[in-house]
Each structure stands twice: as C-alpha cells, then as structure tokens.
Design a protein around this ligand. Sequence first.
Ligand code: B1M
Length: 210
Amino acid sequence: MANFEELSKAVLSGNDNQVVSITKSLIDSGTDLLEIINQGLIAGMDIVGARFKRGEMFVPEVLMAARSMSAGINLVKPLMSETDIPSIGKVLVGTVKGDLHDIGKNLLAMMMEGAGFTVINLGVDISPEQFLEAAKEHKADMIAMSALLTTTMVAMKDTVELFVEDGLRDKVRIIIGGAPISQEYSDEIGADGFAPDAATACDLAKSLLA
Ligand code: B1M
C-alpha cells in the first residue's frame, strides 16, 4: 500500500503523475484525508522549503514541487467539507502597483499554500485600494506584497498607510519582500516584517499568525 513517505518524496521530486496516483491510492484505501494533506503533501513541501533555504533546491524545482503538491491537494479538497480543511490563516499575495514581475510572487503563493495557508493570489499591478478592498472582501489575516523595482516599492508604503487610514491595520498583518526590499525598509514603512525569500516568508507568516 502507498504510504506518506512515498507521497512526500513524489512531491519533493515534483512528479505530478506519481503524486496523483499515490494520493488516489491513499484515498481509495480510506486513509484520513487530513493526514494525506499534512503527513504526505505538506510534509513534502516542508522539506522543499528547508532545502530551498539552504540553497540545495532552485526556483524551477520548487515550482515543480509546488505544482505537484497542488495536484494532490486538488484531489483531496473536494472530498472534504470547508471546515475540515486546515488553514493557518488567509493570506492575500500580490505584486504592487506598477510592477509586473510575478515569478517570485507566484513562488511565494505556492509555498505559502504548501505551508498550510489559504492563499488568494491577487496577481500583479495591485494598487493599495485593491489590496484594501480584497482584504475586506476575503476577511484576510495577512497581506504579502512583492516588489522588484525600486520605483514601485514605494507602493508598499502607500498600502500600509491606506490600511492605517481605513482602520484595518490592526486586524491585518502586512509582510513584504522582493529584490530591493530590506528589513530596514519594512521598519521604515511600518510593515510587520520582511523576508528575503519565499521559504523564510512562510516562517515569518507562521510566527506572526501563531
Ligand atoms: Co525586470 N527588472 N524589468 N523583468 N527583471 C529586474 C527586477 C532588474 C533587477 C533587472 C536589472 O536591471 N538588473 C531591474 C530592476 C532594477 C531596479 O529597479 N533596481 C528590472 C527592470 C528595470 C525591469 C523593467 C523596468 C525593464 C524595462 O522595461 N526597461 C521592466 C518593468 C516592468 C514592470 O514591472 N512594470 C521589467 C520587465 C521584466 C520582464 C517582463 C521582462 C520579466 C518579468 C517576467 C515575469 O515576472 N513574469 C523581468 C525579469 C524576469 C527580471 C529579472 C531578470 C528576474 C526576476 C525574477 O523573476 N527573479 C530581474 C533581475 C534579477 O532579479 N536578477 C529583473 C526570480 C524570482 C524567483 O526572484 O522575484 O526576486 P524574485 O523573488 C525572490 C525574492 O525576492 C523573494 O522570494 C523569491 C525567492 O524565494 N520575494 C519575496 C519576492 N517577493 C516576495 C514577497 C515576500 C517575501 C519574499 O512577501 C513577504
């Protein structure tokens, strides 16, 4: 019978077909659905996150692993009721206004999903007003903003300010990242934190929502 270790190894190697067939076999054998997610699929992505942080895995491999994990999650999720699906918190992910770079942002969204967050990927060129509206609409616990240009990173400051003006700042954690971003900048604009990479962002988000 298929086991969790085989499933996490299949995620680690980004093998969609294997992930799908092992997940199906676990479902068919009556394995607890939450255990398939936590001990197989997310466990695999945890290893991916740790290896990526240590520089032992690279962006394309991480994207493949995340995609294969999603293939497994997509089989399990429809069989669970909304309340049975575990979530550490709801996070809106987006690239800021004027900025079209989405590779790092998509990596972040996939890794956060793999870490157990409910992720809504808003896309690119997201204005402060769009972040605010989406935070209200989805009752988000956190927004994670990405910026790759020195000319667009200022939109992060505008977004934090808009959340303050609207009175929502105390209810929503805000984390930021991207090539030109630093902890110093995060402190300067009053965000809750900065992460240099997607795996560290997952740890930061977990610590802020714990
Ligand atoms: Co652009 N670009 N680009 N580009 N581009 C850079 C960023 C640049 C550094 C290249 C250079 O000049 N050396 C430069 C910025 C200079 C600056 O501002 N300091 C630049 C420029 C100038 C531009 C244009 C203005 C070029 C032009 O048209 N004259 C233009 C702007 C368009 C716009 O956005 N309005 C532009 C366009 C493009 C393409 C469309 C061609 C393409 C984007 C395609 C796409 O995203 N779909 C592109 C690309 C590919 C790059 C480079 C080469 C690669 C970026 C990337 O995807 N890296 C980039 C140079 C470089 O970085 N070496 C460059 C891989 C990705 C995984 O890394 O996004 O950094 P990254 O994400 C990392 C971390 O930063 C972090 O996690 C990831 C790793 O785990 N992270 C977060 C990211 N977001 C996070 C959010 C978090 C936490 C961590 O939240 C908590």
